[in-house]
Write a protein that binds this ligand. Structure first.
Ligand code: GDP
Ligand code: MG
Length: 370
């Protein structure tokens, strides 16, 4: 129902009108800067530009892309969020396990007890890195498609004895499309038939130029099996994170994205949420996708209860009334009545989306709404 001119939207987003017109053209919506676009198109654009939509309810449709930016002086350094991608059997799980295992303090009660879709490791310098254990490239794309750009850095795992394979190339393409910097982990260097140099050369064909070849993509030879050079990989991640100057405001109402969610027989709906800004606290009233509730408890990746969770921290959240989906956005609202209102509104949007034809391309989404 609501329409907005391209010009006004650009102003609120803090982007150039011409860039919006260009993007709209690419999306198959040729308009001029003074023309209006509908709310759905506006939302797509906002997502496309990496801004966050903060539409709270039907009666409150204002796009807060501009006002919702945290002031520079409220920002604090936050840990990088890393996703590991690569071809099947090239060692993604082994690498994640090795990194996590190496960081688990010996003697820690239970060791790794909790399986969660995300975990955080502490480095010797006390800095932290958050790893997303997404079960595949689909999850990465799906989350991105829903506007949850949670990954700061992609670690591309390539087995040195196998080289680039279809899913490696797929991962390269996803990473490029997301505009996320990449680090290449050349894995299985313990194998006698490992050919790390061949991997570097193959990467060249996909315009990935590693430092050794004069480019600026960091590459590290590792063995997840022998736990070789894991520290070097973590250093590369830290360096990349410094370049990115990742920051967030921890002192505001929390926002986050669902990494995975499930229904637990005893504890009800559980959502693993990655906090993106602000701090989530026990007792906060939240809306997650079309589910709402009150944070009853939060559990970290070591199975410990925590009272609060800040930026880049992954926590399992208890207290939702329904199971959300991966990629759903968590928002803190003032009270439960408001939460139900927002959830109901989002449910309506979801229902509308579900009734549109199955293969959703940008083009037919617009056609549906014309
Ligand atoms: P994923 O499919 O990418 O998650 O790969 P996995 O982690 O499941 O590993 C696939 C296979 O490769 C398993 O049999 C691992 O033990 C093996 N593997 C993983 N990393 C290494 C490594 O560094 N060296 C060797 N020799 N084998 C490895
Ligand atoms: Mg695996």
């Amino acid at each position: 129902p609501e329409a907005i001119t391209v010009q006004e939207l650009a102003k609120r987003m803090g982007e150039r009108g011409a860039d919006l017109v260009k993007a709209l053209f690419k999306m198959g919506t040729p308009v001029t800067i003074t023309e209006t676009i509908d709310q759905d198109t506006a939302e797509l654009l906002i997502t496309e530009f990496g801004h966050r939509i903060n539409r709270v309810s039907e009666s409150d449709v204002d796009i807060q892309a501009e006002t919702d930016v945290d002031a520079e002086d409220t920002l604090k350094v936050r840990p990088p969020v890393v996703t590991i991608m690569g071809h099947v059997d090239h060692g993604k799980t082994s690498l994640l396990d090795a990194i996590r295992g190496a960081s688990v303090v010996s003697g820690e009660a239970g060791g790794i007890t909790q399986h969660m879709g995300a975990y955080q490791v502490s480095l010797p310098d006390k800095s932290k890195v958050t790893f997303l254990d997404t079960p595949g490239h689909e999850a990465f794309t799906e989350m991105r498609a829903r506007g949850a750009n949670v990954t700061d850095i992609v670690v591309l795992v390539v087995a040195a004895d196998d080289g680039l394979k279809p899913q490696t190339i797929e991962a390269i393409n996803h990473t490029k499309a997301a505009g996320v910097p990449m680090i290449v982990a050349i894995n299985k260097i313990d194998k006698p038939d490992a050919k790390p140099q061949k991997v570097r050369e193959e990467l060249l064909q996909h315009e990935i130029i590693v430092e050794d070849m004069g480019g600026d993509v960091q590459d590290v030879e590792v063995s997840a099996l022998k736990k070789t050079n894991l520290d070097k990989l973590l250093e590369a991640i830290t360096l990349q994170a410094e370049i990115l100057e990742l920051k967030a405001n921890p002192d505001r109402a929390a926002e986050g994205a669902v990494v995975e969610a499930k229904l637990d027989k005893g504890r009800g709906p559980l959502a693993t949420v990655l906090i993106q800004r602000g701090t989530l606290r026990v007792g906060d009233v939240i809306v997650v996708g079309a589910a709402s509730g009150k944070v009853r408890a939060m559990i970290d990746d070591h199975g410990r209860q925590v009272k609060e969770a800040g930026p880049s921290f992954p926590v399992e959240v208890l207290g939702l009334g329904a199971v959300p989906s991966a990629g759903d956005q968590l928002t803190v609202v003032e009270n439960e009545a408001r939460a139900r209102e927002v959830a109901a509104y989002r449910q309506g949007v979801l229902d509308k989306k579900r009734t549109t034809s199955a293969p959703v391309s940008l083009e037919n989404m617009f056609a549906d709404r014309a």
